[in-house]
Design a protein around this ligand. Sequence first.
Ligand code: MOS
Length: 754
Amino acid sequence: MSQQQQASQGSVPAIGQPTSRVDGRIKVTGEARYGSDYDGGRKPTHAYLRTSAIARGRITRLDETAARAVPGVLEILTYKNVGERIKPGKIFSEQGYMGTSIAPLASDRIWHDGQIEAVVIAETFEAAREAAHRLDIAYAEEHPSATFGSPGLEVKSAEASSKEGEQKSSGSQGKGGQSKEGEDGGEEKPQVGNAPRAFAAAPIKIDQRYATPTQHHNPIELFTTTCSWSNGLLTVWESSQNVYGYKNGLAEQLGIPPERIHIVSPYVGGAFGSRGSLTQRTALIAHAARLVGRPVRLEATRSQGFTIATYRAETQHRVRLGAGRDGQLQALIHEGWEVSSRPDDYKVAGTDASTRLYACPNVGSKVYIVHADRNTPGFMRSPPETPYLFALESAMDELAYALNMDPIELRRVNDTMHEPIKGLPYTSRALMPCFDAGAQAFGWSRRDARPGSMRDGDWLVGWGCATTMYPTQMGAASARVTLSPDGQATVRTATHEIGTGVRTAVAIVAAEELGLPLDKVHVEVGDSELPPAPVAGGSNSTASVCNVVAKACREVKAKRAAGTQGAIEVYAENIPHGVKPDGIQKLYKGQGNLAGGAKMKDRIQFAFGAQFVEVRVHAHTGEIRAPRLVGAYAAGRIVNPKAAKSQLMGGQIWGISAALHEATEIDARAARYYNDDLAEYLIPVNADIVDVQTIMLPETDTQVNDLGIKGLGELGNVGLNAAVANAVFHATGVRIRELPVRIEKLLGAPALRA
Ligand code: MOS
C-alpha cells in the first residue's frame, strides 16, 4: 500500500483504507500507560512471591521468623493466614473466570512446581525479595507425574470429563472448553459415517503420530498487579484481555460486590491468551493491600510467569487418513491427547476444526485429557488449531507424497463449501483462492516435488505449504457514542488494546459512520467502568466491537437527522447471530459468550489462508534456515489493512519461531520447567526472517455480521508449523512429526551425508 492511499489528517477515513494507528505516537514515545506502569499512588508497598520447589506434596514446615526480621517487611501471606479467605474460583471453560482452580494459599498442598506458597509485602522490592528467600519451608514430597510417558498420569476421555460436571456448559471462549453436544451445536466428538471401516477399505492410507511441545507466551510486559483500596473500593491496575471478567471474578474470590472493583488496563504489553483469564495472584495482592492499608504492587519475575500464569500444553496426535487414488478422502480419524493439571479439565479439542476442514464422508475423532502434576494450561494464540492443524496438515502432506500428487491439488480435490459432519454451509470460504494466490507469489510451479532434489550449493532447498484456518467468532458487546455540538465524537467500550490496534479500528468505523475526520474521534477502551465488550480472545474483538459501534453511530446519525439539538449520546448493545438472549447478562458478568466457528446450528464460519515456506538445510551441518515466507489470507472485510497485515505477518514470524525453536523443556523427574527465562528461549531476530509476504484477498461475507468482518488475530500462525515440517521433508526426505524441528532430528539423513 502506498503512502498516498493512507487516510490523512482531516479527511474522513473509510473501512478498508490503510490507516496508521491513532495511538502509535504515544506508544513509541512511552506516553502510553500499561498496566505495569501504575504504582497505585500513596506510598506503594512491594510484593514478592515465594514459589514452591517441589511439584507435588505438602508443606511440613513454614517458619517466618527470619523473614519477618528483615527490615521493612510488613506482612507475609501463607496458607496459615489466607486459607478460605480467598475463594478458589472456577476456570473459564466452566463458566468461571480463572485460568486455574488451584488456590495456592488455600492449604499446605502443593499441586505443581512454582506454585505460589507465600507473598511477602515490604516497603521495598528488595526487602520483600530478601524476606521471601529467608522463609524456611520444608516439604513432604511425593513423586510427581511430569508429562506424557510419566508414571502416575490420569487419562480421561474429554467426554467423560464433561459428563462428570453435568452443568459444565460450553461457555468458553468458543474454544478450549467446549463440552458435549450443546444448545449452540458444539459437540465433544465430531464424527460421521463409519470411519474405521472406511479407513480399512481405503486404497491409500496414512496412519501417523505427531506431537507438539509445551510453549509459554512470554509477553514482554511481565505479570504485574497493583491494588489499592479506598473507602471499600478496590482499584486494580493489571494488563488484561477481559476487564469485566477480572472485575466479576475477583468479586467472587474476595466476596464483595463487583461494583466495588475497578480494573484499569488501557494498554497491554502482549497477552497472546495469557491475560484472558484471571490468575490467582490478583486476589492475593488485593487481599494484601487490604491488610496493609496501602497500595501493593507485585512484579512477578520472568521465571515465575511460567508457573503462575497459563501456557500451551504439549499434545500428541494420531491421524489416520484414507483416500482413493484420485486423492479424495474416504476416512479421516483424528485423536488428540492433551496435558492438563491434576484438578482441571482444561482442553483445546482442536478436532472441532480439523474434522471440518476437508470433504470426507467418514470422520472420527476423540480427545483425551492427561492429568499431570503441572500448573493448569490455558489459551495461547490459536489454542486448538495450532497443535491440531500441525498434525492434520502434516498428514495431508504425507498423503500427497503417497499419492504422488501436488499438495495444493490434494487440498483442491477435498475442498468443500459444506463441513462434512452435519453438512452445514460455510458462510464463505476462499481456501483455494488463497492457495492459488500464495502459490503464484511464491513461485510454487517451479517446485520439483522429489525430496532432496532442489539444491543451491551446500544448501538443500525445501518448499512446503499448509492450510491455516481460524473460527469467526463474535460475542455480545456494548458501546456508548457521544457526539458533541462542535463535531467531536467519543466512543467508549471496554474492549482491550492487546497490540492489535483496536482503538484505530473502532475510530475508523465511527469516523466513517459519522462522517468525521479521524482526529475528531476519541476512543476509550481498557477500563471496567466503560460499557462492556467481550474478552479479547478468540479473534472476536474487531467483529464484535466494530459492529456495535457502527450500530450506536447509526442511532446518533438518526437522532441528528431528526433534529436533536446539543450533544447526542447513544448506548447500544448487540447480540450477534448464534449468541443466546442472555448474552448481554453474561457480557456484564464478564463470562464467555462467543458464538461462531463450528459451534453453530445452521452454518459454519471460518477465515482461511494458505501458508508457504522455503527452508534451507545445510548439507554438512544440518543448520536450518527459513528465508522466505508467503501467506495469503481471506478474512472477510478488513477494517484496517495496515494493522491487519502487521498482525498476520507477526503470526507468520511467530510460526517460524514455534516450528524451529520453541519448546519449554520439562525435567521429567521433578515435573519442573528447565528453560524458564527468555535467555534460553530462542526467538528469531530480524536477520533470520529475510523475506515475508502477506497477501490479503478481498472477501465479501454478508452473513457473518453487518460489516462483514471475520477477524484475523489468530489466523497468521496456525499453518506455519506444518508448512515448515513439510518444507524440511521436501529438502531432506526426513519427516519430522514432533515439534520443534531441530538439527538433531535430521542426523543420519542420507541427503545430509551427500
Ligand atoms: Mo487468544 S489465545 O484467543 O487470547
